[in-house]
Design a protein around this ligand. Structure first.
Ligand SMILES: Cc1ncc(COP(=O)(O)O)c(C=O)c1O
Length: 386
């Protein structure tokens, strides 16, 4: 008997997985594939973090911690808010989680009633709508485009807010576009959410990976905002599965109860490792890698534009370029497949990020070195006859 829960019908796989499978096949046949579909840094976890993990394991720090995480790590994250943003966030409001994914799961488990609707940007990070669906909430898209920097505005929010709307989730910098929200913009969205008696969640997973300015934290716009972050991207710990969430005070106990039941605790060795993430020695490594990401973006963006891709909003952060490819092809999914076959360049088609003109867009990640990016540009140029 095969009888999954009905919600499974609404949960889609990543379309890019199909391309990845094909990329692996081609690699097995000896083809050289340039991976620009990958959403994780290509750098290894900084050495001080890795060392802290081995020390923790060797000294037997492998048992469960408190459900909301090691008190000293929650304190270290609290100090990080103070040092980096000048914002006071008490450790008591910080939950350490299994990545930003774990934080999003806990947030929606805590807040989403069956049938409640949640405003999400389209394009946006695809897992959000599926996590929401797993907790019986309903995603409600706000189509966003270059005219609003691919972010919602208070006007758009009011326009889309319905009786059944329970809240809004945004990301800054966003995936797939890399665009940011300023603090006044965050405050404007928060005001509408308050006015509508709704929840406001801000995903700050790409903080630290911005190239002109520091992204402001939503923690500075009110202590009623749920702020999600992770050790995955800036700290380059994707596989360690560690993140955190700043929770409005009234919900801390609820999240704690959920965490106790859903996960018991985040990985203990990973938490001990993360204690080294905020050390000056680690930050120096991370900042030099941030400069490298910037160098890649500054090389790749004009090179893709010279081929005919259009970048319609300035990608200020993350490590993605979300390109309008409509001048080059009618269907970005078919284009991504053909590029892989004919040039060995793997990119993510717009289809993975929603239903707002996905056929016109393709995402290139600069999670590979400048030389490989240059090789990719050369192959793409030849493909398009530029
Ligand atoms: C916007 C966004 N949020 C959350 C996640 C989940 O990341 P993790 O669970 O590794 O922290 C990702 C991963 O790519 C992402 O792009």
């Amino acid at each position: 008997m095969y009888r999954p829960a009905q919600r499974l019908a609404d949960i889609e796989p990543f379309h890019v997985v199909e391309l990845l499978t094909r990329a692996r096949q081609l690699e097995a046949e000896g083809r050289d594939i340039i991976h620009m579909e990958v959403g994780e840094p290509d750098f290894p976890t900084p050495e001080p973090i890795a060392k802290a993990a081995t020390n923790a394991i060797k000294s037997g720090k492998t048992l469960y911690t408190q459900a909301l995480g090691l008190p000293e790590l929650r304190e270290a994250i609290s100090r990080f808010y103070d040092q980096r943003y000048g914002v006071s966030v008490p450790a008591s409001r910080i939950a350490v989680t299994n990545g930003a994914s774990g934080a999003l799961n806990l947030a929606f488990a805590c807040l989403a009633d069956p049938g409640s609707e949640w405003l999400l940007t389209d394009p946006g990070y695809p897992c959000n709508r599926h996590i929401l669906r797993a907790f019986e909430g309903r995603p409600q898209n706000i189509p966003v485009g270059p005219e609003t920097n691919f972010q919602p505005t208070p006007e758009l929010l009011r326009q889309h807010w319905k009786q059944s709307t329970a809240g809004l989730l945004v990301a800054s910098p966003a995936n797939p576009t890399g665009t940011l929200l300023t603090l006044p913009e965050i405050a404007g969205l928060a005001e509408v959410c308050r006015d509508k008696n709704g929840h406001f969640l801000v995903d700050e997973i790409y903080h630290g990976l911005t190239y002109e300015i520091e992204a402001p934290t939503a923690c500075a716009a009110g202590d009623d905002i749920w702020v999600i972050n992770s050790f995955s991207k800036y700290f380059q710990m994707t596989g360690w599965r560690l993140g955190w969430m700043v929770i409005p005070e009234a919900y801390v106990r609820d999240v704690e109860k959920l965490a106790q039941n859903l996960t018991l605790c985040p990985s203990t060795p990973a938490q001990h490792a993360a204690l080294a993430a905020f050390e000056p020695e680690t930050i120096a490594i991370l900042e030099s890698r941030r400069s490298e990401f910037r160098r890649r973006r500054d090389f790749l963006a004009p090179a893709l534009e010279a081929i005919g891709f259009r970048i319609t909003a300035r990608p200020e952060g993350a490590f993605y370029l979300y390109c309008d490819c409509s001048a080059l092809a009618d269907d970005s999914f078919a284009l991504a497949k053909d590029l892989l076959e004919k040039t060995g360049v793997a990119a993510t088609p717009g289809l993975d990020f929603g239903s707002n003109q996905p056929e016109k867009h393709i995402r290139f990640a600069y999670t590979t070195g400048v030389e490989r990016l240059a090789e990719a540009v050369e192959r793409l140029g030849a493909y398009f006859g530029r």
